[in-house]
Design a protein around this ligand. Structure first.
Ligand SMILES: C[S@@+](CC[C@H](N)C(=O)[O-])C[C@H]1O[C@@H](n2cnc3c(N)ncnc32)[C@H](O)[C@@H]1O
Length: 252
């Protein structure tokens, strides 16, 4: 449910942004190289003049980098706190961005066939209805437009990051709930929706996309700009064996 996700992000945004201190740049997530620079993935091409929609933008560090490269960027996020941070960061970086607060399962206010690129990093894990989100992404793309999405690799999630022992089955998908106790003793409900690789791929295909590439970044390398390296579960110990991030590049 988006309500639970919204509550989590309103509560966690300040702590998350301070802890991860994400640099301005087009990132793909923990254990992955950025779009540019050494090891750069170069999935997006020249963005100058392109219309880009970033869904689940968080602090909009990616969207801001795209705007600085000359793209016309629109971003959507459900969390007021995340958007507050993103707006301030965009102002500081003199990046012109169109902001929307909303749910990325449906975004009817974005016109059909209006975008060259839909981009998302590490937001889809919170979305219960992936099909609706993918159908919407397909709708707003121009013909030939690209959908580039980065999300957790479910293989990584079933292994304990410290002991390297299996925590559960790769086939256990659907709603995952936990209660996290923070340093101040407060308790917060965390909800996510782990998915197998084939489930994501088949949902993309079902929405009409052609999958052009699937990338499992080599997380044995320590990418210097990776702000999540050795935080939470993203230990070098586990990243040596499995990548935390998977990326799909698809085309309408
Ligand atoms: C882990 S953060 C990632 C943010 C950003 N893409 C990044 O890579 O830094 C996940 C973001 O997705 C947003 N989000 C989660 N579910 C959403 C939904 N259903 N609709 C809109 N935004 C959502 C959260 O509010 C949060 O800002």
């Amino acid at each position: 449910m988006s309500k639970e996700t919204k509550q989590w992000w309103e509560a966690t945004s300040k702590y998350y942004q301070e802890e991860s201190n994400i640099p301005i740049g087009i990132h793909y997530g923990p254990g992955a190289p950025f779009e540019d620079g050494k090891h750069g993935l170069h999935l997006l091409g020249n963005l100058r003049g392109k219309k880009v929609l970033e869904i689940g933008c968080g602090g909009a560090q990616c969207g801001i980098a795209m705007a600085k490269q000359g793209a016309q960027v629109t971003v959507i996020d459900i969390s007021e706190e995340q958007l507050k941070f993103a707006r301030a960061l965009a102002d500081k970086n003199r990046a012109k961005i169109e902001f929307h607060q909303g749910d990325i399962r449906k975004f009817p206010y974005i016109p059909s066939r209006s975008q060259d690129l839909v981009f998302t990093a590490w937001a889809l894990l919170y979305v219960d209805d992936l099909e609706s989100c993918f159908n919407e992404s397909y709708r707003v793309l121009k013909k030939g437009g690209r959908f580039v999405l980065a999300m957790p690799h479910h293989f990584f999630e079933v292994i304990d990051s410290k002991t390297l022992k299996l925590k559960g089955s790769y086939f256990k998908t659907g709603k995952y709930e936990s209660v996290e106790t923070w340093q101040d003793g407060s308790k917060h409900k965390f909800v996510s929706y782990p998915r197998t690789v084939s489930e994501v791929a088949n949902t993309l295909i079902g929405s009409g996309f052609n999958i052009e590439r699937i990338i499992e970044p080599d997380s044995r390398i320590h990418y210097k700009r990776d702000p999540w390296y050795n935080t939470w579960d993203f230990t070098p110990k586990l990243m040596k064996y499995v990548t935390p991030t998977i990326i799909f590049k698809a085309r309408k």
